[in-house]
Design a protein around this ligand. Structure first.
Ligand code: UDP
Ligand code: MN
Length: 274
């Protein structure tokens, strides 16, 4: 099932930006329906493909770092059409080296945002020394928001006091910058979260346990209404909130079994564009 239509249309007009589209199944099974028990078994086996070596393209020599923007994706083509040029221009204005990775889940299983982020981490070039875990429908609007290298600990750009929808203090979803060694240290994200929600809260538990402090933007003049544009009509883009089997139970606990080291997936194809 291929939901992303006419990707080449999107890829025109990016100038120097290298954009990579990965068509991924997580995990590769023959299951057509969501079977949470089946998923759990599948993700605990370890068979993942190694890190790819991509060409190191640095547009801004003064920026000593390079960010891989990991975008978990399925069936959000219109949002991507708006997001990709916007973020590219936004980061070029800040002279930040960056590279977009669209991780497109093309199997028939329920969406697994956390696993797609693990896949993005493994597939992104090691020339990128930090990742941005980035929703495709959240656009930074305030030029004072920075996407800097998160030296001391994860940097939560879409902070609760700025995000249009989520305001609880431990929220770390939307846009989170993490340097490579910290992502590895916590073994990435849990692979047990199918459908919408709570995978970011579980990731927060991992950061806390690893004693990694989360930093956030301060001193902005904008707030929850004008810092980001959230392109999300909930009647059109319905959130998959169904909890099947023991999902309710599982998603309330820190997962010590699965993560970056246990992700199993298949890369169906890879498209690259400049
Ligand atoms: N997403 C996607 N397809 C889906 C569900 C989610 O591509 O069917 C990705 C997309 O990047 C989206 C992110 O996951 O921005 C977070 O999902 P959603 O926007 O539903 O969550 P929200 O933060 O609005 O509750
Ligand atoms: Mn959204």
């Amino acid at each position: 099932m291929l939901r992303l239509r006419r990707p080449t249309t999107l890829l025109w007009g990016f100038g120097l930006c290298l954009l990579l589209l990965f068509y991924v199944t997580v995990p590769s099974t023959n299951t057509d329906q969501c079977d949470c028990r089946g998923h759990q078994r599948a993700v605990t086996s370890s068979a993942f493909i190694g890190q790819s070596q991509q060409e190191d393209i640095r547009s801004y020599p003064n920026d000593k770092h390079k960010m891989a923007i990991l975008i978990p994706f399925r069936d959000r083509f219109e949002e991507l059409l708006e997001f990709a040029p916007h973020i590219h221009n936004f980061l070029n204005t800040q002279h930040k080296n960056h590279h977009l990775y669209i991780i497109n889940q093309v199997d028939g299983l329920r969406f697994n945002r956390a696993s797609l982020l693990n896949v993005g981490f493994l597939e992104s070039g090691i020339d990128c020394d930090y990742v941005a875990m980035h929703d495709v429908d959240l656009l930074p609007m305030n030029a004072a928001l920075t996407y800097q290298y998160p030296h001391d600990g994860p940097y939560h750009v879409a902070a609760p006091h700025l995000h249009p929808r989520y305001h609880y203090p431990t929220f770390i979803g939307g846009i989170l910058l993490v340097k490579r060694e910290h992502f590895r240290k916590v073994d990435g994200l849990s692979n047990k979260y199918w459908g919408w929600g709570l995978e970011d809260d579980e990731f927060f538990a991992r950061l806390k346990e690893a004693k990694l402090e989360v930093f956030r933007p301060g001193n902005l003049t904008s707030g929850t209404k004008d810092t980001f544009k959230h392109i999300h009509d909930r009647r059109v883009r319905r959130r998959d909130m169904i909890k099947c089997y023991n999902q309710q139970e599982i998603t309330r606990h820190r997962d010590r079994q699965t993560g970056l080291s246990t992700i199993r997936y298949r890369l169906q194809s890879k498209k690259e564009a400049r």
